[in-house]
Design a protein around this ligand. Structure first.
Ligand code: BTN
Length: 246
């Protein structure tokens, strides 16, 4: 049986699909549960930021209960980024790039953000809620003025509207394939991610521990960390913190 065979719950509006799915997960919702919303009033992004979620976007969360060590869970985020790229290409003919670790861009503008959160069950096991927000049929006017020049949408790129549910199903199909390979430890997932990662070969600003350092982005590690080289030649694998492309 396929992982995402169950019905997809579609909500006209919710506060945050991640918040709702985490609640369901704590009540025992099964592996593969998917929540899709057409609008969010309190969409959440990485680093405690909010994620503006106007009407006509795609906001979905997927519950996974992998049998792996908790340290491996964050690597599901790049898997989801890859799955969204595949789904966008198949469904809309859109070729997005990945800004490490998990933003999808077109022409340097943000098209999709991903937030993975862990949920501890009463028995101590960990589940992952992967939240995906895609600017689908939105236009710049749907966003606050200060964000308009840094975001884009599938509608703006293709000139036509895409059915939200069809794209959500394409994302779950692609995620299913990638998730199976991830569970098997198949390194083709990282290879495919690396090809789409626009951060590689660029100079980046590594923001961490309240400071900022310039470095060159060299490669993606087996654990999807970013290998960078600082002026002077020292290298480091970055797993956390933010990187901005210069
Ligand atoms: C980011 O770019 O910082 C991550 C954004 C993640 C947004 C998605 S939309 C669906 C899910 N529900 C949320 O509240 N957040 C995620």
């Amino acid at each position: 049986m396929r992982l995402f065979d169950g019905p997809m719950t579609v909500l006209a509006c919710t506060d945050s699909t991640n918040t709702r799915l985490k609640e369901l997960a704590r009540k025992g919702a099964p592996h593969g549960t998917v929540l899709l919303a057409l609008r969010q009033t309190q969409g959440r992004g990485r680093m405690g930021r909010s994620f503006i979620s106007p009407e006509k976007g795609l906001y979905m969360s997927v519950l996974l209960r992998p049998e792996c060590s908790p340290e491996k869970l964050p690597t599901l985020t790049p898997c989801a980024a890859l799955a969204v790229c595949r789904a966008l290409e198949r469904t809309c003919g859109v070729k997005a790039e990945i800004k490490w670790p998990n933003d999808l861009l077109i022409g340097g503008k943000k098209l999709c953000g991903i937030l993975t959160e862990g949920v501890a069950d009463t028995d101590g096991s960990l589940a992952a809620v992967i939240g995906i927000g895609i600017n689908l049929n939105t236009t710049a006017e749907n966003f606050p003025e200060d964000l308009r020049s840094s975001v884009c949408s599938v509608l703006e790129v293709t000139g036509r509207e895409t059915d939200v549910q069809s794209l959500a199903e394409a994302v779950t199909d692609a995620l299913e394939d990638i998730y199976e390979r991830w569970c098997a430890g198949d390194c083709t997932v990282r290879d495919e991610y690396r090809k789409l990662c626009v951060t590689l070969g660029k100079d980046v600003l590594v923001l961490r521990d309240g400071g900022a350092k310039y470095a060159g982005a060299l490669d993606i590690g087996e654990d999807f960390s970013l290998l960078v080289e600082y002026p002077g030649g020292s290298r480091e694998n970055i797993s956390f913190g933010e990187v901005s492309i210069r």
